[in-house]
Write a protein of this length. Sequence first.
Length: 188
Amino acid sequence: MSPGEPLFVEPERRATLLLVPFLVGAAVAVVLGVYANVHEPTGIAVNVAGFSGPLEAKVWMTSAAALLAVVQVVSALAMYGRLGRFEPPSWIGALHRWSGRAAFLLTVPIAVHCLYALGYQTATPRVLVHSAAGTLFFGVFTVKMLGLRRDGLPGWALPLLGGAAFTLLVALWWTSSLWFFTTFGVRF
């Protein structure tokens, strides 16, 4: 809000505060999807020391990001007072912010690998869902991060965006890590 603007913002105006973040997030998702679709996949992009290959690194990093996303949901529920009579500790906000940052940082090399090495694929329903969820995750994440800095948002906005980001990250884990572990076994 700008100086001199009333503290009360009409509900219609409050929802429009998400318009710019939504447009930027949509642009992020579209650009990632288009790039992944037109880029010629190389097959190899990222490998992390300690793993036997890039797919193993990808599935374990996705699993760690998904676990941190669970921390995000539980800490958000605590901050919003949705865990019953549980009084959240003073450090819960910091836990929420840092677990989110760590989860996001884990997803960046995964996204680079997927975009550069594999591209946007549609060979099977699992792969199509994975490709769509990956591009949408970064779009929703962008909207949420830009929305955090907007005063006067409707009360439903951040929980909805956080829930959407969590759902997409779980879909990514389900269509990559869980599939990998059940198909090839647990390996590093």
